[in-house]
Design a protein around this ligand. Structure first.
Ligand SMILES: [Mn+2]
Length: 314
């Protein structure tokens, strides 16, 4: 790739909440070797890094009130990192050999985080009910994998198309899918922020969704918590991303827009823009005439598990 990935993340408490329960993470996965001592000309304790194996982006929106909302999202992100560190073989293999097992591994990562949350709730009963959304994107150029539970979102801008890759796991979205309410009425619905699939919460079994897509130079990814989407329309977010000169600028503009519109919740955004550094403005223009993005939702029934739906108020 003769391009550059420009990434930035920003979280903000908003205008109404007393604390911030959201988390975000941007990480490079790389092979590393820690040298303890050697006759070579390295300083002792040097860590040598290999090439980046991929970029990990994630947003988590914790819930559970004053005692545990931020704890839930913190545990989930920490545990996700632990899991990835211990399952790196999948990530290293991926570059040469894309494998359906990898998608299963991504789901397993969320199940692992969920288990840790339940362990902690058993140990500390006052934290019972804590939970978190998790929307994670893993980019091994040009492949994009998204694994998701809850109502945080991942969008892909391939100008002029702005597509929501993830599907909200809210009761309101289920009603839209069933044709019982119109998509325009979701925000006003009492079910709009009742999520049926999160890590922890009162949801005893997690059902992560996985999506796969191919990226192109010129694409921009946005991951965000519902603190953004409650206040900023897709049209506005698309415009801001398309007009921003950098991922950092876009993050600040999006958060400011959510706060200007009321800031009723914590707001978190992660933006990754894939730019071709050799692009001339004319070429950028040509890249804008892109086809509609094709996103594959990967559906594989989780075997042997009982399907149950419970709700967690958020
Ligand atoms: Mn939120």
């Amino acid at each position: 790739m003769l391009g550059k990935m420009d990434c930035f993340g920003l979280t903000d408490i908003g205008r109404k909440r007393e604390k911030n329960d959201d988390q975000f993470l941007i990480a490079d996965l790389a092979k590393s070797v820690r040298v303890h001592s050697t006759s070579l000309n390295h300083d002792d304790q040097t860590r040598l890094y290999g090439e980046s194996q991929g970029k990990l982006l994630l947003v988590a929106d914790g819930m559970g009130g004053h005692l545990a909302g931020d704890r839930a999202s913190t545990v989930a992100v920490d545990e996700l990192l632990n899991y990835l560190l211990n399952s790196m073989r999948w990530f290293f293999r991926l570059a040469d050999d894309p494998d359906d097992d990898f998608l299963e591994e991504l789901k397993a990562a969320l199940v692992h985080c969920e288990q840790r949350l339940w362990d902690e709730m058993q140990q500390f009963p006052q934290r019972r009910g804590m939970g978190t959304t998790m929307t994670m994107a893993y980019v091994v150029w040009p492949r994009l994998y998204v694994v998701h539970a809850g109502d945080s979102r991942c969008y892909l801008l391939r100008y002029p198309h702005f597509k929501q890759i993830t599907h909200d796991h809210t009761v309101a979205q289920k009603l839209v899918d069933a044709g019982e309410i119109h998509a325009d009425d979701v925000e006003a619905s009492q079910w709009s922020h009742v999520v049926w699939n999160v890590l922890g919460g009162n949801v005893e079994e997690i059902h992560p969704s996985v999506y796969r897509a191919e990226l192109r130079l010129g694409d921009v990814l946005l991951l965000c918590s519902d603190g953004l989407t409650k206040h900023v329309s897709d049209e506005t977010a698309c415009e801001m991303l398309a007009e921003s000169t950098s991922a950092e600028r876009a993050c600040h503009d999006l958060v400011a827009a959510a706060n200007d519109a009321g800031g009723s919740d914590n707001v978190t955004v992660v933006v990754a823009s894939f730019r071709d550094i050799s692009d001339t403005p004319a070429e950028l223009q040509a890249a804008a005439i892109a086809e509609t993005t094709s996103v594959t939702k990967v559906e594989k029934p989780t075997s042997g598990r009982r399907d149950r739906t419970t709700t967690a108020a958020k």
